[in-house]
Design a protein around this ligand. Structure first.
Ligand SMILES: *[C@@H]1O[C@H](CO)[C@@H](O)[C@H](O)[C@H]1NC(C)=O
Ligand SMILES: *[C@@H]1O[C@H](CO)[C@@H](O)[C@H](O)[C@H]1NC(C)=O
Ligand SMILES: *[C@H]1O[C@H](CO)[C@@H](O)[C@H](O)[C@H]1NC(C)=O
Length: 266
């Protein structure tokens, strides 16, 4: 009796914290659930606002490129304790370019694919280090002109571009939307030719605008030096310099991989 009252109080306290955290950083997930006995904590922000999870949670309703249906069921439980197994053991199946993910050069260049430029060959130094989170103008795609106007200092090597996609909550919308903001070909070309940026992050499923899908990918991936991270969750984080940490799976032979990315302040 006493302990269940205690648990209830604890539960209320945790819920308050969760609610406060989601007011400060309302990243779009409903974290408020309270079972007195079991209370898994799901966080978007850790350590009092120092660590931000900028990857999206995988759910059947998250958008899938060129589809109205979302990614659909991707997780099964062929062996479960409920029907006699000694442990639960799930299986998953999804496209490698699902949710928050990384593109390797083999994504759009077949000779790079054949030569083995897969996600296992991506440079972890590029995927981890100081990064700039920047807001781009909301009324345009990322053209050369927009890139120039951002005045990103020359030394910056990693940039996460927050766009209208975040405001429109496209990554939280099941139906794929072709009007998302991305790089145009000349924007991608400008970045490659005029900056030292090697990690390009964006807040929807493609860095390239739908109208420039292949041409902008070609411009980025041709040199095999630029790493593209797509489908980032950049809501409610102040623009500025962070330390980014992105780790793809070592999928041998795959030109894409789901990736876990976090930002650390200071
Ligand atoms: C165990 O249950 C799962 C569904 O939970 C089912 O797919 C599977 O076939 C079952 N296995 C056996 C041996 O009954
Ligand atoms: C960006 O380009 C897409 C086409 O790829 C277009 O539908 C969309 O309206 C553009 N967005 C802005 C803000 O100009
Ligand atoms: C795995 O088994 C446990 C114990 O039977 C059960 O509580 C849990 O819901 C199962 N997991 C899933 C995903 O079904």
């Amino acid at each position: 009796m006493k302990s269940s009252v205690l648990l209830l109080l604890l539960c209320a306290a945790v819920l308050t914290v969760v609610t406060l955290a989601s007011e400060a950083y309302p990243s779009g997930y409903d974290t408020a659930s309270c079972d007195v006995d079991l209370l898994p904590v799901r966080q978007e922000v850790y350590d009092g606002g120092r660590i931000f999870d900028i990857s999206h949670r995988y759910t059947p309703d998250m958008p899938s490129f060129d589809s109205d249906e979302g990614i659909g069921q991707f997780l099964w439980l062929p062996q479960s304790m409920k029907n006699g197994s000694i442990a639960n053991n799930s299986e998953m199946k999804m496209q490698t370019h699902t949710g928050t993910h990384v593109d390797a050069p083999g994504h759009v260049f077949d000779h790079y694919f054949d030569a083995g430029f897969d996600v296992d060959t991506l440079d972890l130094e590029v995927l981890n280090g100081p990064a700039l989170l920047v807001d781009v103008p909301r009324n345009k795609n990322i053209t050369a002109e927009v890139m120039e106007s951002l005045n990103i200092p020359k030394g910056v090597r990693r940039v996460l571009f927050r766009t209208l996609n975040t405001d429109r909550r496209l990554m939280f919308t099941k139906k794929f939307d072709t009007s998302y903001v991305g790089f145009t070909q000349d924007g991608a070309k400008w970045l490659v030719e005029n900056t030292n940026i090697k990690l390009v992050g964006i807040d929807y499923l493609s860095v390239a605008a739908y109208s420039d899908l292949l041409s902008a990918h070609y411009a980025f991936l041709k040199g095999r030096e630029t790493i593209l991270v797509e489908g980032l969750k950049l809501d409610d984080i102040k623009p500025g310099i962070y330390s980014v940490h992105c780790l793809p799976l070592r999928l041998f032979g795959a030109e894409g991989s789901p990736i876990r990315c976090i930002l650390i302040k200071g």
